[in-house]
Design a protein around this ligand. Structure first.
Ligand code: GUN
Ligand code: FE
Length: 449
C-alpha cells in the first residue's frame, strides 16, 4: 500500500513536521519503506504504478495522515466504569467500585464482551498500541490478547499482581506471593504460545498493581521474573499522598525507592502518574531509564495535582500519555492531549514568578498542542522501545487518517490545521486506522473514494 497525502509527525517535543503530497510506501512486513516527495525523480512513476495496481490510497483534501497514538496506561477491566464512580478518593474508589468490578473477570464471557468492545473503541479513536493492566485472572488476560489480535491492536498486557492481605479484599486477591509469581510466569508462557499463531505480537508485562497491594515477597519475585525474561514492567508510582504514606510507614522509604529496591525500576519500566515524585525520585528514574505515563484526566480526580510535564521534558526523562480508564473517563487520547494542556495552564503562573505560587506554579509550565502530541506518539513509543509514533522510513506503519472536523473558513497555516486537529478530533473524524500496515479501521468516508 502507498498512502498519498499530507503527513504530520513529531520528532521532538517542540516541533512537528507537516508535509504535503507525500507518498508513504509500506512494505510487506508493515514498516514504512520510503517516503517520496514531489521533487523525487521517481515520484510520478511510483504513484502511477501504485494506482494501476490499485495499491494507492489517496487522502481527500481535508484529510491528514498522523501516527497512531500510544496509550501508555489503561485498565482494560475498568471500561464498564468509564465515566462513572468518580466521587471517592483513590483508596475508597478501589475498594468500593474497582475491585468488585475487576473480580468479575473470572467469568470469561464477561471478559470477552468487555475486551472486544474496548479494543475496538480504542482503535476507532486512533490508538494503535496500548499498555494494559488486566486483572489477576490469566484466562481473562488471554481474552484481552485475543481481542487485541482480532481488532489489530498492538497490546502490552499485564497480569496484575496483588497479594497483600491487608490492602486487598478476600474476593479479589492472589492467594500467596508464591502463587502470584507462578501466575505471572504462567502468563508469560501463555502469551508466548499465543504469539506463535497471532497476527500481531502481544507482549506480557510484569504488573505489581502498586506498592500497597503487594507483599515484599511478591515484589521481589516479580523483579526477578522481569530480569529473567527481560520484560517490561508497569505499576503506579507517587499517584497519591495515601500511597506514598503507605510506603513511608511500611518501608520507611518513598514508593519509588521501594520499587527500586526490588529491581522494578529498569529501562523497560513505565510508571503511571508520578504526580508527587520529588527531584530525587526523578533522578532515580533518570538513572534507571524509567518512563512516566502521564494521565492528566485521572490526575485531576485522584492526584488532585498536576504533573509538571515541562520539567520532566526538560530533564529528558521518557514520558508518554495514558487514559488511565476508568480513573480517567475517556478512551480518547485526544481528550487527554486536551487535558494535559488545560491542566498545565493551572500550573502556569504567568509572567511574574515572584508572586506567591498560588498553585505550586512555575513560569514555564504551560504545554502546547505540539508538546502533548509528542507525548501521545514519540514519547509513548520511546517508553516501550518501539519503532512507531513517527512517519519516517524504518518506522512501523501505524497510522490514523483524520479528517478536519470543521471547515477552514479562512486561510490556515499548517500549524493552525494541526492545532485544530488536536483540539477537535473525535472518533467520527478518524476515517482509517492502520496497524503494522494493515487496515484496522475503515470509517464511513472510505466508500466515497
Ligand atoms: N492505584 C492502584 N490501582 C489503581 C487503579 O486501578 N487506578 C488508579 N488510577 N490508581 C491505582
Ligand atoms: Fe491506573
Amino acid at each position: 500500500t502507498i498512502i498519498d497525502g499530507s503527513t504530520i509527525t513529531s520528532t521532538n517535543p517542540q516541533t512537528i513536521t507537516f508535509l504535503n503530497h507525500q507518498l508513504v510506501c509500506i512494505d510487506n512486513s508493515g514498516y514504512i519503506d520510503r517516503i517520496l516527495s514531489p521533487n523525487d525523480t521517481d515520484y510520478e512513476a511510483v504513484k502511477a504504478t501504485a494506482k494501476r495496481k490499485q495499491q494507492l490510497l489517496s487522502l481527500n483534501k481535508d484529510e491528514y495522515l498522523l501516527p497512531g497514538f500510544i496509550d501508555l496506561h489503561i485498565h482494560a477491566p475498568q471500561w464498564p466504569n468509564a465515566g462513572l464512580a468518580l466521587d471517592r478518593s483513590l483508596n475508597e474508589w478501589l475498594n468500593t467500585y474497582t475491585f468488585p468490578l475487576e473480580a468479575k473477570y473470572q467469568e470469561i464471557d464477561f471478559a470477552k464482551s468487555v475486551y472486544n468492545n474496548l479494543v475496538q473503541e480504542l482503535v476507532n479513536n486512533g490508538t494503535t498500541t496500548a499498555l494494559y493492566f488486566g486483572t489477576i485472572h490469566n484466562q481473562a488476560n488471554l481474552e484481552l490478547a485475543r481481542a487485541c489480535n482480532r481488532h489489530q491492536q498492538r497490546g502490552f498486557i499485564g497480569q496484575v499482581t496483588m497479594d497483600n492481605r491487608e490492602q486487598t479484599p478476600g474476593y479479589y486477591r492472589d492467594r500467596s506471593a508464591q502463587k502470584a509469581i507462578t501466575k505471572a510466569e504462567t502468563f508469560i508462557h501463555q502469551l508466548m504460545d499465543f504469539n506463535k499463531t497471532a497476527l500481531l505480537h502481544q507482549t506480557p508485562v510484569i504488573t505489581p498493581r502498586f506498592v500497597p497491594s503487594c507483599t515484599p515477597e511478591s515484589l521481589k519475585g516479580l523483579g526477578q521474573l522481569a530480569r529473567q525474561y527481560d520484560l517490561p514492567i508497569q505499576s503506579h508510582c507517587s499517584e497519591s499522598d495515601w500511597e506514598n504514606n503507605y510506603a513511608l510507614e511500611n518501608y520507611h522509604q518513598r514508593d519509588a525507592m521501594v520499587l527500586d529496591q526490588f529491581g522494578l525500576l529498569t529501562n523497560k519500566t513505565i510508571m503511571a502518574h508520578g504526580t508527587l515524585l520529588n527531584q530525587s525520585d526523578l533522578d532515580l528514574f533518570k538513572k534507571a531509564g524509567v518512563a512516566i505515563a502521564h494521565c492528566p484526566i485521572s490526575n485531576a480526580y485522584f492526584g488532585n495535582a498536576v504533573l509538571s510535564v515541562s520539567q520532566i521534558l526538560e530533564q529528558h526523562l521518557k514520558i508518554g500519555l495514558g487514559t488511565d480508564i476508568s480513573g480517567g473517563y475517556s478512551p480518547s487520547l485526544y481528550r487527554n492531549i486536551n487535558q494535559a494542556i488545560v491542566s498545565s495552564r493551572m500550573l502556569h503562573d504567568g509572567v511574574d514568578s515572584s508572586l506567591p505560587p498560588a498553585r505550586r506554579g512555575t513560569k514555564v509550565a504551560a504545554l502546547t498542542a505540539k508538546n502533548a502530541f509528542y507525548l501521545a506518539t514519540v514519547g509513548g513509543a520511546e517508553s516501550l522501545h518501539l519503532k512507531t509514533g513517527q512517519i519516517n522510513p524504518g518506522y512501523l506503519a501505524d497510522f490514523q487518517i483524520v479528517q478536519a472536523p470543521y471547515p477552514a473558513f479562512m486561510q490556515q497555516t499548517t500549524d493552525d490545521i494541526f492545532e485544530k486537529l488536536m483540539y477537535h478530533t473525535t472518533k467520527d473524524n478518524i476515517t482509517h486506522v492502520f496497524v503494522q500496515g494493515k487496515l484496522a479501521k475503515e470509517g464511513h468516508y472510505a466508500t466515497q473514494r
